[in-house]
Every structure is written in structure tokens, then in C-alpha cells.
Design a binder for this molecule. Structure first.
Ligand SMILES: [Mg+2]
Length: 318
């Protein structure tokens, strides 16, 4: 390790361990973490030009990598315990670019009180490539995608479609609106909600590929069908405003766009009241949007009961 690398670790990465002893001050070959109950591990890779724009810059790349990875732990109701960060810096990156990435990662991780436990960094003539590994635990059975039963109710947290419009803003295709841009640039994982849903929800998934596609994933894993009332899908005020001129095609864009990082989950009717009350207790909007039925697939219908003809395959990475 060169002196420069050592100084970078000491000055910029070591603070991200937040004094967590498991990191062993980033001076050993591996971290040493003691976990109780079920250990949950999730890893995701983001590549510049594929999962974020080159023009987003290093800080936004870090925020998106962190939020999207953490969202996978939220989907299973896990308590996050730490994370590993592996990055390939493009050769064009200056020290200031690397610092901007690490500093932004430190801010979002501190907001979740989450420690960096290790990882690796290298440099190549390649696009910025980031892989985070999230480590979490649950004391009871984690939430899975496969437990939805006919008769269960279907809920979604937050609002849908903000990030896909945020991406359009980042591309310069839409006028800037801070709320939408922030939803794209800094995803917020629903960690607390996920933990609250343990022992309540029968199935849960985080929405990364779009409401339609992730509903499809949940339906398939549970071996059920899902009926979604299109008129009940929650939109934010800026999205509602945008929809005024877009109509049905706009709804398709919003539910197939992805990057929402909201939770889509099912629960028996008897838990519906306590789930809808989470807005008061957790401050997270939860909306009832439909139900689980016998059969397969996802049917999204408008207020007249006419099915929306949507492509539910969602974002594909290849
Ligand atoms: Mg996921």
C-alpha cells in the first residue's frame, strides 16, 4: 500500500467506521462482527452509465449506492449492522472526486448510524463501479416475498414515480423540482417500516424495478395473483401535477420506472388498521392499493375497472 492510499484510508475511510470495533480500525484482513439471530447479507453493484448518470457525480453515486442497497435490508425487516464498500475508481477521478464520494457516503451512513466495516478500492480505465454489501440481522423470521395468501391486503409505503421523474430532471428532460430530484439522488430506505412489519406482513419486497415489475416478483414468489386499484396508487403533489398533462401513458411511466425504494407488502385484513396507523406512529405514509387473489400475475385496473395494459418486466440490467 502506498503512503497516499494509507493516508486516504486514515483520513477519509476510518471516520466512516464510527468507532465500531467490528471494523478493527480497517487495519486487518477482514472485519470481525458478532451477530445474533438471523444474519442478512445483501449486495448490489452500480455502474456509471447503467445505474446512474456520469453527470450525477461521485456524491450522488455514493448516495444512490447506499440507499438502494440498504433498501434490500429494509425489505426483509432487518436491523442494519454495517456495510462493506468496494469501488473501482475511473482513472479520470481526482483525489477530490474520491473524497467527494467517501464524504457523501459518510453522511448518508451516519444518518442511519451505520458503520463501514471494510471493503476494497482499486482504479481502472473503466466507469465508476460501486458494490456495497449490507449486513443486517433479525431476531424473528425475516420478511420474505413468498408468504402472500389470497385474501391478504396489498399496501405500499410513500409515493410512487418520484424518482423516475427525478431521473428525467437529472437528464435535463424536465424542469428542475428539488423534491423529485432528491428522490432520485438520495433514496431513503424504509428500514424502520420494515422492522415494524415483522410478524405483520405476509410478504414484502422493496420497489427497485418499478411497482408493476416488483408486484410481479412478489406474486410469482408467493404463487398468487395481485389486483391493484390504479386510482389508489399514491402520487406526490409534483407527480400529480405532472400527470395532469400525461394521462394513462404517464401512469405507465411512473409504475414501470423504478428506483422508488418503497416497500410493497401484503398482510391479513386483521392487521390493516394497525398498518394504516403507521403514518401516525412512524410518520411513513402507507396506502392500501389492492388485494391478493388466487391465480397468478398482476392486474392493475383504472377507476372504471379497465385493466391497464402495462409491461411488468421492469428495469432489466442487461
Ligand atoms: Mg430488492
Amino acid at each position: 500500500m502506498s503512503h497516499g492510499e494509507f493516508a486516504f484510508i486514515r483520513d477519509h475511510l476510518l471516520p466512516l467506521t464510527r468507532g465500531d470495533r467490528a471494523a478493527l480500525e480497517l487495519s486487518d484482513d477482514a472485519a470481525c462482527l458478532e451477530l445474533s439471530g438471523n444474519s442478512l447479507l445483501a449486495s448490489d453493484m452500480l455502474v456509471e452509465g447503467v445505474h446512474f448518470l456520469r453527470s450525477d457525480g461521485p456524491a450522488v453515486a455514493a448516495q444512490r449506492a447506499f440507499g438502494s442497497n440498504l433498501s434490500d435490508l429494509a425489505a426483509m425487516g432487518a436491523i442494519p449492522r454495517g456495510f462493506l464498500c468496494t469501488v473501482c475508481w475511473p482513472t479520470r477521478y481526482s483525489t477530490a472526486d474520491r473524497e467527494a464520494f467517501v464524504d457523501a457516503l459518510g453522511v448518508v451512513a451516519a444518518a442511519e448510524n451505520l458503520a463501514l466495516l471494510g471493503g476494497d478500492m482499486t482504479r481502472a480505465d473503466a466507469p465508476l463501479t460501486i458494490s456495497l454489501t449490507m449486513i443486517g440481522e433479525t431476531t424473528s423470521d425475516p420478511l420474505r416475498r413468498n408468504g402472500a395468501k389470497p385474501g391478504d391486503q396489498l399496501f405500499v409505503s410513500g409515493t410512487i414515480g418520484d424518482a423516475v421523474l427525478g431521473l428525467s430532471i437529472a437528464k435535463g428532460e424536465l424542469d428542475k423540482q428539488d423534491f423529485l430530484l432528491e428522490r432520485y439522488q438520495r433514496p431513503q430506505a424504509r428500514i424502520e417500516l420494515g422492522q415494524t412489519l415483522l410478524n405483520k406482513a405476509t410478504a414484502c419486497i422493496d420497489i427497485s424495478d418499478g411497482l408493476a415489475a416488483d408486484a410481479q416478483h412478489l406474486a410469482r414468489e408467493s404463487g398468487v395473483g395481485l389486483e391493484i386499484e390504479g386510482a389508489l396508487i399514491p402520487w406526490s403533489a409534483p407527480v400529480l401535477h405532472w400527470l395532469e398533462n400525461e394521462g394513462r401513458a404517464g401512469v405507465e411511466t411512473l409504475i414501470t420506472g423504478g428506483d422508488d425504494y418503497e416497500l410493497l407488502f401484503t398482510a391479513p385484513v386483521e392487521h390493516a388498521a394497525s398498518i394504516l396507523a403507521l403514518k401516525r406512529t412512524l410518520g411513513v405514509d402507507v396506502t392500501w392499493i389492492g388485494q391478493v387473489v388466487e391465480g397468478e400475475g398482476v392486474r392493475i385496473q383504472d377507476e372504471m375497472g379497465v385493466p391497464l395494459d402495462i409491461e411488468t418486466s421492469g428495469f432489466t440490467h442487461f
